[in-house]
Structure formats: structure tokens, C-alpha cells
Ligand binder design. Structure first.
Ligand code: IMP
Length: 445
């Protein structure tokens, strides 16, 4: 027993990104969420963009966990998130229009809100940085987290009462307006007009606000299965990522505890979603980036264009230095390897096993961006395969060259691949022999 919850009853899994985001977490979470009672987001906001293909339907989700597509799954937005109420209500309207109920969604009262001025400040900051810009998604993420740290944010609990919301805004807006007007040459906002813009969001979201920590505790006590859905990836983590080219939240598995209000002992397995190659959006060094025909092939075949911004993603080879680092900072217990099908037709496949940095070979991920800029990848190359993988359903049916690549990757990373995705559809998912995800995978019919 720990804190009143029987630990042998705890069934939880956290799914995190291991690269620079866009690893295909949405698809993996959606697949595993079928067996989950709850799906919980714990960081980030609408900078995330998950595309989930469900039959003929394509859903683009930004705040809402992909579990919303499974009727009966409780979906929670944790306190570690930043939420744009105006965007969230659009997302909910869109889901409802397409017949997906939202009565199972709950929002932590402690989550902070992304306000209109945060989006302006994000854009203005980027402009000010010029060539040194971060390449943010422009969704106001950084300014919203900054206001949280500066203790001048508005929280979801303030959505439960219009007067309270307006009051809070009235305390904060004069300062935001001064910033906008004096530094960024922006006209600023009128208090009443701005507060009014949020009226319908308050009506729709207010009733969904709850104490997520308490709700999770209740569910843990009754043996419910909880899936924590990470957004972005290890290298975008505010502490451990490629600072300053990072997002403003903790993206690692441990954040599932602080970002929901649970103790760390309740975070069970940590599954790292990893693409069979690497992509990055925004600025910053990327050692295994490939600017030749091979990189372009990965971009086109993998449809590597941003869900949130439509930007073409930078593409390159699988980097085991990054993957080992992600395993370390997350405590990964397994990997979900995605987009393996995209590698079909490549003559040779490269895998970075180490870096050459200032004339020395290094196997660890460097701490500073300056050092990372000097790193070039040391590759091992593997023969490719021509077979189309999209119809493969069992590990043994994969071409020998693909299986060889996977075992070399596991060896280089030191973590087992438990799940393989070979296409966007739920059915295009392979469970590897010996996978410990049995509790989370629908039994074969
Ligand atoms: P922000 O999160 O909008 O502040 O952007 C900071 C950095 O994180 C930029 O390089 C973004 O491109 C990147 N980023 C944020 N969210 C995602 C995501 O969901 N996928 C990939 N990159 C992201």
C-alpha cells in the first residue's frame, strides 16, 4: 500500500515522444487508448497536433487526447497543460459535428490559459529575435508558461465564473497592454471586449473543469487503467532538450506526475514513440539531418509537413545517440517504432550510432547547443528493402532486412521495440514478440 492506493492494482502507462516531436504519438496513443479507462494529457497545449486516421475519417486534435474517439474513455487535460479556450471550443464543436461525444472530457482547474495576448507576444518575440528565432508554432505557448512562472496567469478554474474571469483579467491586462503597446507596437486590448470574446468558451468549458488529481486518485483506487499522453518530444523538453530551441514545458515521462498532481510511483511503464528516421520543425542543430535526395524522399514518402502549421519538416536518419538520451531522461521501458513503412524502397538505410565532435568520437548527447552544432553523425549503414509493409500484421512477416534494422536499432538504443507502426490506420500496427504491453493491446480475434 502506498498513499492508500494498492500499488499492485496500479495500471498506468505514459507515452512520450523521444525525438523532436511528430513521432506519431497520436496514432500510438489512439491504438493503446482502446484498452484504457482514462487518457490524460499532462503538458503542452495546442502546439501539439495529432492526426488520427479512423476508417475514412481523419481527426486533427490539438488539446484533446485521441482517446476521445473511444466512447466511454475518460479524457483529462492536466494542470501541466496550457489551454487556449477559444481553440479548444472549436476543437470540441468539430468533434461533436462529426458525432463524437465530449461528455467524457474534463479539464484541470489548475491548467493555465493561453490568452489572445500570449499569441501576440509569441509572434512579437519571434520577430524581435530575427535570425535567432526559435521557430515556435506561434500558439502563445512560451508566453503562457512564462506568465504561469511569473504568477500572473489565468487558470481554467477562472472559467467557472464570468465575474471572476473578468476580475482576474482586469488585474493582468494593464500590464500585458503596456508590454504590447510600448515594446511591441501593438494597440493592446479593451478589457470588456476581450472578456466578452471568452463568454461562450466559459459556458462550454466551465462545466468541464474539475480536480484532476482527485479524479485520478479515485480511478487508481478502483484499479482503472490510465494512459498518459505526452506531447512534443524529449529534445524539446525545457530542461533536457536542445535549449533554447525547445518548447516551454517538461515533455519527459516524470512530468506525467507533476502535470496531473500524482506521486511519481503511479507512473508505470514509459513507452517512447520513435520514428524509424528523424524529423525536426523549427530552428536548431540536427546532426543526422539529410539535405540530399534521401532526405527529400523521407519528407515526401513520410508526408512530413506539420499538422499544426503545415511547415515542411526537416528530415534525416535515425539517431541512436538521441534515442539513448531519451531512454535515459524518461526511464523508457519500451519503444514504439513508427513509420517503418516509409523506409521501404531506400537502397541503404543509415543509423547514427555516435557523433564526431571536435575530432573526438562521443556516444552521449552533448549538453550545449554549441557542442551539438559541431557534431556530425557516425553512421552504420544497412541494406534496405523494397517490399511494401503496409499490409504486414505480424513481426515474422517483415522482410529480413527490416528485422535486421530493428534489431540493430534495439542494440544501439538498449531498449526493446514493443510495437511497430507501418501505416496510419489502427490496423497497421504490429505487436513484437515478448511485448510487455499486453494489458494495453486488444486481444487478437
Ligand atoms: P512552441 O512550443 O510553439 O513554443 O515552439 C517551440 C519549439 O517546439 C519549436 O521548434 C516548435 O516547432 C517545436 N514544437 C512545438 N510543438 C511541437 C510539436 O507538437 N511537434 C513538433 N515540434 C513542436
Amino acid at each position: 500500500m502506498m498513499g492508500g492506493v494498492r500499488m499492485d492494482k496500479v495500471k498506468s502507462l505514459v507515452v512520450v515522444g523521444t525525438q523532436w516531436g511528430d513521432e506519431g504519438k497520436g496514432k500510438v496513443v489512439d491504438y493503446l487508448a482502446k484498452q484504457a479507462d482514462l487518457v490524460v494529457r499532462f503538458q503542452g497545449g495546442n502546439n501539439a497536433g495529432h492526426t488520427v486516421v479512423y476508417g475514412a475519417n481523419i481527426f486533427k486534435l490539438h488539446h484533446v487526447p485521441s482517446g476521445i474517439l473511444n466512447p466511454g474513455t475518460l479524457c483529462l487535460l492536466g494542470n501541466g497543460m496550457v489551454i487556449n479556450p477559444l481553440v479548444l471550443i472549436q476543437e470540441l464543436d468539430e468533434l461533436e459535428k462529426r458525432g463524437i461525444g465530449i461528455s467524457n472530457l474534463r479539464i484541470s482547474g489548475k491548467a493555465h490559459l493561453i490568452m489572445a495576448y500570449h499569441e501576440d507576444l509569441d509572434e512579437a518575440n519571434e520577430k524581435l529575435l530575427g535570425e535567432k528565432k526559435i521557430g515556435t508554432t506561434g500558439r502563445g505557448i512560451g508566453p503562457a508558461y512564462a506568465d504561469k512562472a511569473l504568477r500572473r496567469g489565468i487558470r481554467a478554474i477562472d472559467l467557472t465564473d464570468f465575474d471572476r474571469f473578468r476580475n482576474r483579467l482586469s488585474e493582468i491586462l494593464p500590464l500585458q497592454n503596456r508590454l504590447l503597446e510600448e515594446i511591441f507596437d501593438h494597440p493592446g486590448y479593451d478589457l470588456d471586449q476581450l472578456a466578452d470574446r471568452y463568454r461562450s468558451a466559459l459556458e462550454k468549458l466551465g462545466p468541464l473543469v474539475t480536480d484532476v488529481s482527485l479524479l485520478l486518485d479515485d480511478n487508481l483506487r478502483s484499479g482503472k487503467k490510465i494512459l498518459f499522453e505526452g506531447a512534443q518530444g524529449a529534445l524539446l523538453d525545457i530542461d533536457h532538450g536542445t535549449f533554447p530551441y525547445v518548447t516551454s514545458s517538461s515533455t519527459v515521462a516524470a512530468a506525467a506526475a507533476t502535470g496531473t498532481g500524482l506521486g511519481p510511483q503511479y507512473i508505470g511503464q514509459a513507452l517512447g514513440v520513435i520514428k524509424a528516421y528523424t524529423t525536426r520543425v523549427g530552428e536548431g542543430p540536427f546532426p543526422s539531418e539529410d539535405n540530399t535526395e534521401a532526405g527529400e524522399q523521407l519528407r515526401q514518402r513520410g508526408n512530413e509537413f506539420g499538422t499544426t502549421t503545415g511547415r515542411p519538416r526537416r528530415c534525416g536518419w535515425f539517431d541512436a545517440v538521441i534515442a539513448r538520451y531519451a531512454a535515459l531522461i524518461n526511464g523508457l521501458t519500451g519503444l514504439a517504432l513508427t513509420k517503418l513503412d516509409v523506409l521501404s524502397g531506400m537502397e541503404m538505410i543509415n543509423l547514427a550510432v555516435a557523433y564526431r565532435c571536435n575530432g573526438k568520437e562521443i556516444k552521449h548527447f552533448p549538453m550545449s547547443i554549441e557542442e551539438l552544432k559541431d557534431c556530425s553523425p557516425i553512421y552504420e549503414s544497412f541494406p534496405g528493402w523494397d517490399e511494401d509493409l503496409s499490409r504486414v500484421r505480424r513481426f515474422e512477416e517483415l522482410p529480413a532486412a527490416a528485422r535486421h534494422f530493428i534489431s540493430a536499432l534495439e542494440e544501439a538504443v538498449g531498449v526493446k521495440v514493443e510495437l511497430i507502426s507501418i501505416g496510419p490506420d489502427r490496423s497497421q500496427t504490429i505487436t513484437c514478440p515478448g511485448s510487455r504491453l499486453v494489458d494495453w493491446i486488444e486481444p487478437e480475434k
